[in-house]
Design a protein around this ligand. Structure first.
Ligand code: ADP
Length: 506
């Protein structure tokens, strides 16, 4: 029986064997396991001799059904576990999400703080540069000013003239270096603005050539100009175009040891094109890509590394701001050609006129009464000298208070006012004078050359801004504007309004 049961392999089956007794009742003689009260699943009647046996097969449906439902229980458990797991994962993920949110916020705050720090550092750097520039410009103003006065003296001989021009050249180089550093900082902080005013191309080229002539002469290089432009009067930023041109010419002279430097101009399809060609060392194709990056100097074995690698970077940025192009072609050992192409309008009004206004003689600017206000004795001395050379009569005041007293007692055509002064500074003085309707143009003269100070000066009521060192050419232009061309003070002021005269004229 046990073998049979083992073969059946069912835990839920029970077998009982019963014998039919005399009362015809079944008497169980063998039972496997607990008999169920249920009816047998199957009954076999077996007759052995005259005895009848019943073999009853019982099936424990309850247990079987439990077994049958066991996987469902498992499914429930697995389901619960899965749901629990899913929940935990979701909780973890949401936690992570919130953590990520917090991390992102933290990082955003950190970035914002870094941005503010960087802006503050940049501002501090700009202030530092402005201050350094101020401190360097002040003595340079004296050096360049007295050089200009000295070179005009009839008594000096040729040798002395040469020495003076060397002093001037060195000071100009130093000034250009200071300006380059200020410029790149202004370009980086997007403070550089492009002005649009009328200018004369011939005058601009002559001035640029003059600046580089001395160095070219020293190296025995020919400086040739081929100007093919029919029109000479344009509308654009004269100061910036001259700055680019001087840099290209200066480089051409610097990187050429023999031969010539040629400047060619043409005006085509609304674009002024200026090419500066040299017969110098040239630039390798690989280096052509690098030279417009700030502080990059490509090594040239035969040439000393003068400069700080800013000139072309600044030029390129300025050209971009003017919607122009600056291109270079070069062959090593043969030479280079830089072409500046700018979209410039022709100044029709001026083109019809004669060029007479530029040929005016110094004594035509006489009889201008100028008030000079500056606390620096050296500045007062040489500005006085230059203005007198230009035929002006000059009164000097060493601060704003003295200036106010002089203005009450005299009438002036023009006031040149320093900004940094004790008692009443230049801004306060300008504000007071504008409130009183002083009736003559006020020109700020300062060793600060940054846009912030220039804007502040505009806000205070100044009609123009001159950065030190002040050149004779700039003073001459200002005096011309006051005297010859304009009949009333109102016109003078309108003319000078927004007219930022730069140190680049020096
Ligand atoms: P800097 O002249 O002060 O070094 P620039 O920005 O004006 O800086 O020029 C960058 C580099 O380009 C120079 O160091 C020089 O190697 C190269 N370069 C510029 N102009 C010329 C040129 N005309 N001929 C040869 N190399 C030049």
């Amino acid at each position: 029986m046990h073998q049979v049961l083992a073969a059946v392999k069912s835990d839920n089956c029970t077998i009982s064997i019963s014998a039919l007794n005399a009362t015809k009742q079944d008497e169980i003689v063998f039972s496997h396991g607990e008999n169920s009260l249920d009816d047998p699943y199957q009954t076999l009647a077996v007759a052995v001799l005259d005895q009848k046996w019943h073999i009853d097969f019982y099936h424990n449906w309850h247990a079987a059904s439990f077994e049958a439902h066991w996987p469902f229980g498992w499914i429930m458990i697995v389901g619960l576990c899965f749901t629990g797991l899913l929940g935990s994962v979701l909780l973890y993920l949401t936690g992570r999400y919130f953590r990520s949110e917090a991390i992102i916020e933290d990082r955003a705050n950190m970035l914002m703080k870094m941005k503010i720090d960087a802006e503050q550092a940049n501002q501090a750097k700009n202030h530092f540069l402005a201050k350094i520039s101020h401190e360097l410009r002040t003595p340079l103003n004296g050096i360049l000013g007295f050089t200009q006065l000295l070179e005009k003296r009839p008594s000096i001989d040729t040798e002395e003239k040469k020495l003076i021009s060397i002093i001037k050249q060195c000071s100009d180089d130093l000034l250009r270096l200071i300006n380059d550093i200020l410029d790149i900082s202004a370009i980086e902080s997007k403070q550089t603005k492009i002005e649009k005013d009328e200018f004369n191309l011939k005058k601009l080229i002559d001035e640029s050539i003059n600046i580089c002539q001395f160095k070219a002469d020293e190296k025995g290089l020919e400086l040739i100009v081929k100007d093919s432009c029919e029109e000479q009067e344009y509308l654009g930023d004269e100061k910036r175009i001259r700055q680019i041109l001087v840099n290209l010419l200066d480089n051409a002279v610097k990187y050429t040891s023999r031969g010539r430097v040629m400047l060619l101009t043409r005006y085509e399809n609304g674009r002024l094109k200026i090419t500066v060609e040299d017969t110098g060392c040239g630039i390798s194709p690989a280096n052509l890509q690098k030279i417009f990056k700030p502080f990059v100097q490509v090594s040239t074995d035969n040439f000393s590394q003068e400069g700080i690698g800013l000139g072309l970077a600044i030029s390129k940025e300025l050209v971009n701001l003017m919607q122009g192009e600056l291109q270079v072609k070069s062959h090593q050992g043969v030479g280079s050609a830089f072409t500046l192409s700018l979209p410039l309008e022709i100044n029709i009004k001026k083109s019809i006129k004669t060029q007479a206004s530029f040929e005016r003689k110094v004594n035509e600017e006489a009889n201008i009464k100028v008030l000079l206000v500056d606390d620096n004795k050296i500045n007062l001395l040489f500005m006085n000298g230059i203005l007198q050379q230009l035929g002006c009569s000059v009164d000097s005041a060493k601060d704003g208070l003295e200036a106010l007293v002089l203005i009450e007692q005299n009438s002036y055509d023009l006031a040149l006012i320093d900004i940094n002064m004790p008692i009443i500074n230049g801004f306060e003085l300008a504000k007071k004078l504008k409130q009183q309707n002083c009736g003559f143009p006020l020109i700020a003269v300062s060793a600060y050359a940054d846009q912030e100070k220039i804007n502040e000066a505009r806000g205070a009521g100044f009609d123009a801004y001159l950065s030190k060192p002040v050149g004779e050419a700039e003073l001459r232009e200002i005096i011309k504007s006051c005297k010859g061309n304009y009949s009333s003070v109102g016109d003078k002021v309108n003319k000078i309004q927004d007219w930022i005269v730069s140190e680049a004229n020096v």
